[in-house]
Design a protein around this ligand. Structure first.
Ligand SMILES: Cc1ncc(COP(=O)(O)O)c(C=O)c1O
Length: 404
């Protein structure tokens, strides 16, 4: 019997005996807690070195890393933070959680990255920060964004949840803004099941992140010193030990994904899809997702949710693109006004128009990076399975033919 796609796609996450040894070391050390362990410190130093930044702070997940970074950067209730309309909800919900207003702007069709022109048009006197997301692992045009930020005195917080190991403009993604965040959730390119990090070159921000992620206590405190109201976002030492091992295999996996992706994208083109582009300034694409546009009229009128659900039934890890964030239930006006700590009024979310992000939600699907670690036969078969879903819809007759 022909094996199913689920059996053929390489399992993710990957591990070997080094992960087991790392876990066992922490277990036997009995230092399971960030307060007395060394695994967190070791991973932070190793990841900082790989990124080429001075400081990394590991936390419980990427969503909290966003909240922590915004707080440490000095974003305050009532401030506006510009975000792409096409992203996972945390990029915007973290802004709401600290009492500020996310301002969604449209993305570029070719990369689904934030559109610098749309950013510039959305800046007001209340804008404090811009959060570009390196969508699917493809670098945002950071020089253009940094120039806008410089002119308007704004800070840039890179959302690097999708781009571990990626590089552009001669630097690692996540090392170009004032600070950046990463996610180590189970599907990510670098993972420990759940986890996140804030990276920065700014020592003052890094120091604030420690107390802010640890109940307000400075590093090394044993005297119940609590410098500010803060919550507990600490990562366990077990997770840091796994991250250390995962980091060691990241470059090789990045190289393998970079090698496979053009072949897979070419086969997807044969199947009638239009993969996102790769800008010439990209040195290493993270390849967290392979994203591609399709024309619903070529696929029986089905949208991205329907097509991806059919592919998942075959065991192919395919998903719809993110819905426009401001169409999410959390932006309903009766809900929005409850958690806020500011009396500044909300942007008119129902009037924000982001047509590319809206179209992407219906006409873009993405494939999980695990399949890029498979062989070309697998990739060709997956693309062929996509092609099998093609069902061109009958076109309405032209006026001339209708009259004849
Ligand atoms: C762009 C982006 N930012 C932030 C996050 C949040 O990360 P986490 O799931 O670790 O909270 C995600 C999660 O997938 C994401 O895709």
């Amino acid at each position: 019997m022909q094996s199913t796609f689920a059996e053929r796609i390489p399992p993710w996450p990957r591990f070997d005996t080094t992960d087991e040894e790392g876990l066992r070391d922490v277990l036997h050390s009995r230092r399971w807690w960030r307060g007395n362990g060394v695994a967190g410190d070791e991973f932070e130093a190793a990841f900082a070195a790989q990124l080429g930044v001075r400081h990394v702070r590991v936390v419980a997940n990427g969503t909290l890393a966003l909240e922590l970074a915004l707080d440490a950067l000095g974003v305050e209730p009532g401030d506006e933070v510009i975000v792409p309309a096409c992203t996972f909800i945390s990029t915007a919900s973290a802004v709401l959680r600290i009492g500020a207003w996310p301002v969604p702007v449209d993305v570029e069709r070719t990369t689904l990255n934030i559109d610098p022109q749309a950013v510039e048009a959305a800046i007001t006197s209340r804008t404090k920060c811009i959060i570009p997301v390196h969508m699917a692992g493809h670098a945002v045009n950071m020089p253009a964004l940094l120039e806008i930020a410089r002119r308007h005195r704004l800070v840039i917080l890179e959302d690097a949840a999708h781009c571990h190991g990626a590089r552009a403009f001669g630097a690692a993604l996540g090392a170009l803004g004032e600070a950046s965040i990463f996610s180590f959730q189970a599907g990510k390119l670098l993972t420990c099941g759940e986890g996140g990090a804030v990276a920065t070159n700014n020592a003052a921000i890094a120091e604030r992140t420690f107390a802010l992620h640890s109940c307000g206590r400075p590093k090394g405190d044993t005297d119940y010193v609590h410098l500010m109201p803060a919550t507990n976002m600490r990562l366990t030492e077990f997770q840091s030990a796994i991250l250390r091992c995962q980091l060691a295999r990241l470059p090789e996996q990045c190289a393998q994904r970079e090698k496979s992706a053009p072949f897979f994208e070419e086969r997807l083109r044969d199947a009638g899809l239009e993969p996102l582009s790769r800008e010439p300034y990209v040195d290493i694409h993270g390849r967290y997702m392979v994203m591609a546009w399709f024309d619903p009229s070529e696929f029986g009128g089905r949208d991205a949710g329907e097509i991806s659900a059919e592919l998942r039934k075959l065991g192919i890890p395919a998903y719809r693109c993110f819905p426009e964030i401001h169409r999410s239930g959390m932006f309903a006006s009766d809900i929005l006004h409850k958690p806020l700590r500011s009396n500044r009024s909300a942007p008119a979310y129902d009037r924000i128009n982001t047509p590319v992000a809206g179209q992407a939600a219906r006409e873009v699907i993405w494939f999980h990076h695990s399949l890029l670690l498979g062989d070309e036969e697998l990739l060709a078969d997956i693309a062929a399975a996509v092609g099998d879903l093609r069902q061109p819809m009958a076109r309405a007759p032209t006026v001339a033919r209708a009259i004849a």
